[in-house]
Design a protein around this ligand. Structure first.
Ligand code: SAH
Ligand code: SF4
Length: 362
């Protein structure tokens, strides 16, 4: 079986490609020129191009469907070489910043929401991805290639900064080896150059792996899907809470290295009449005491067959205001791509319902 060319850091590629400057040239073709044909890498000797194409696979993903939302966000449904499908989301946002003269400068900000697994083992009751169970981990190369695809397809110049969030399908800490390796490949200065500080890993709270990730000191940002402030409710929403309860997650978070100007993000999925009351906000404030935390309130995105409902925006704002007034940074996640089934896993499920012959569930 051929190796995936996107699976390697530059140093790893140099181990098998000599002389070393050739590895750097290949990196340039892959990550600056977004070239996915070895034969078009003109500055490589012809024989080398032939050998590369025999040894490495350069097209590991193809798109099955791209859906564009009215707000400019795009959802990509990919097919892997073994015939499985998963998705990534390209999110376009307007960013407002004040310059040194105090003038507001508007710019476009791009965030790529990547998948780390096909399916997921965690089984959160509110999540569409969970419905299909777990299929397999994505390789580092398959994670990296999502970024190349999204940059190429949206004609994003190589030097333009993008942000990465591991908030697509799957639990990244259940695939910690491939995900952390992908973080390194993405941050290579001769390649995509997306520093780990611009990459946010979101986890449902596998406490020992949060500690393990922290000890790796990669500089990656951490987001915790908390969603509930008492173990009873959290165990109902996220069954894994029975193994790693809220206190064990908080304990693990406290060991995680945080940059001076950064905070740990706590995602709180607000579900109508389940966890949207002010008492929960009070408990949340108490729980996060002593942690450099910011809270991101996510409005539950209903999907077919889901037992929960989207909360009232007014109630969510009251929740947020309470935290903000107490000095906790709190934002409400803008619902991007709501018209293209925004929450993770939904496009893939739709495709399955459309009974496309995908290996995993047919
Ligand atoms: N497995 C990781 C990362 C992928 S899920 C995690 O759980 O953190 C990314 C985020 O999407 C999580 O915060 C998750 O709770 C949220 N999510 C899942 N289903 C959702 C839905 N129906 N509506 C809104 N957010 C959802
Ligand atoms: Fe997995 Fe995250 Fe969905 Fe939970 S919310 S089932 S951890 S992808």
């Amino acid at each position: 079986m051929k190796k995936n060319i996107y699976d390697y850091t530059l140093d790893e590629l140099k181990e098998s490609i000599k002389p070393h400057f050739r590895a750097k040239q290949i990196y340039h073709w892959l990550y600056i020129r977004y070239e996915n044909d070895f034969f078009k890498m003109e500055n490589l000797p012809k024989e080398m191009r032939e050998n590369l194409s025999k040894e490495y696979q350069i097209k590991n993903l193809e798109t099955i469907r791209i859906q564009t939302s009215k707000d400019g966000s795009k959802k990509y449904l990919f097919r892997t070489n073994d015939g499985l499908s998963f998705e990534s989301v390209f999110i376009k946002m307007r960013d407002k910043k004040r310059n040194t003269a105090g003038k507001i400068i508007e710019s476009e900000k791009w965030t790529f929401c990547l998948s780390s697994q096909i399916g997921c083992k965690v089984g959160c009751v509110f999540c569409y991805t969970a419905k299909g169970g777990f299929v397999r981990n994505l390789s580092s190369g398959e994670i990296v290639e999502q970024v190349v695809w999204l940059k190429k397809d949206n004609r994003i110049p190589p030097e333009k900064r993008v942000n990465i969030v591991y908030m697509g399908m799957g639990e990244p800490l259940d695939n910690i080896q491939n995900v952390t390796h992908a973080i390194k490949i993405l941050s290579e200065l001769d390649g995509l150059s997306i520093s780990a500080r611009r990459q946010t890993l979101s986890t449902s709270g596998i406490a020992p792996k949060i500690i393990k990730l922290g000890a790796m000191n990669l500089g990656v940002q951490l987001a915790i899907s908390l969603h509930a402030v008492d173990d009873n409710l959290r165990s109902k929403l996220i069954p894994m809470n029975k193994a790693y309860n809220i206190q064990s997650v908080i304990h693990a978070v406290k060991t995680f290295p945080v940059d001076e100007r950064k905070k740990i993000m706590f995602e709180y999925l607000v579900i109508k009449d389940i966890n949207d009351d002010i008492e929960s906000a009070k408990k949340l404030l108490k729980l996060l005491d002593g942690i450099k935390a910011k809270v991101n309130l996510i409005l539950f995105n209903p999907h077919e067959g889901s037992e929960f409902q989207r909360p009232d925006l007014k109630r969510v704002k009251t929740f947020a205001d309470y935290l903000i007034n107490k000095g906790l940074l709190c934002t409400i996640r803008e619902s991007k791509g709501i018209d293209i089934s925004a929450a993770c896993g939904q496009l893939r499920e739709k495709e399955l319902e459309d009974s496309l012959k995908l290996k995993c569930f047919t």
